[in-house]
Write a protein that binds this ligand. Structure first.
Ligand code: THU
Length: 133
């Protein structure tokens, strides 16, 4: 099973590939699945600003493309001195494929800065279960 260190390194490697010419704020995300799969994504901005996508969305898309659909752990790597916690939309995206106790590690280039669970970041959330009769 890949270690948290290797997930951190995967997030760092994909962060370098981010396409962020407008914000100049590169983000990388790395997902570990229960099968030991590692899937990564970076933010991809667009000249039509609202069309840009977040790193977490890219990593989730890569996970599904790889035939998996459960997030065991996710690392989100940002730049600068502030914590780059997933945006509100990405918390909901993660929610679709994770459990309340799923760890979300927020990292900077030097290492993991703070660790949360999905429940910490998105309490009383709406998910697939809410749609079942
Ligand atoms: N960004 C992410 O990729 N993930 C987040 O959770 C927060 C924000 C990106 C979107 C945009 O390209 C840049 O960071 C600045 O908001």
């Amino acid at each position: 099973m890949p270690s948290l260190d290797s997930l951190f390194e995967a997030a760092k490697a994909i962060q370098a590939k981010a396409y962020a010419p407008y914000s100049r704020f590169k983000v990388g995300a790395a997902i570990l699945t229960p099968n030991g799969g590692v899937f990564t994504g970076c933010n991809v901005e667009n000249a039509a600003y609202p069309v840009g996508t977040c790193a977490e969305a890219g990593a989730i898309s890569a996970m599904l493309a790889g035939g998996e659909n459960r997030i065991e752990v996710i690392v989100v790597m940002g730049e600068g001195e502030h914590l780059v916690t997933p945006c509100g939309g990405c918390r909901q995206r993660i929610r679709e494929f994770a459990a309340p106790e799923t760890p979300i590690h927020v990292a900077g280039p030097e290492g993991i800065r703070k660790s949360f669970t999905l429940e910490d970041l998105l309490p009383f959330s709406f998910g697939p279960d809410n749609l079942s009769a």
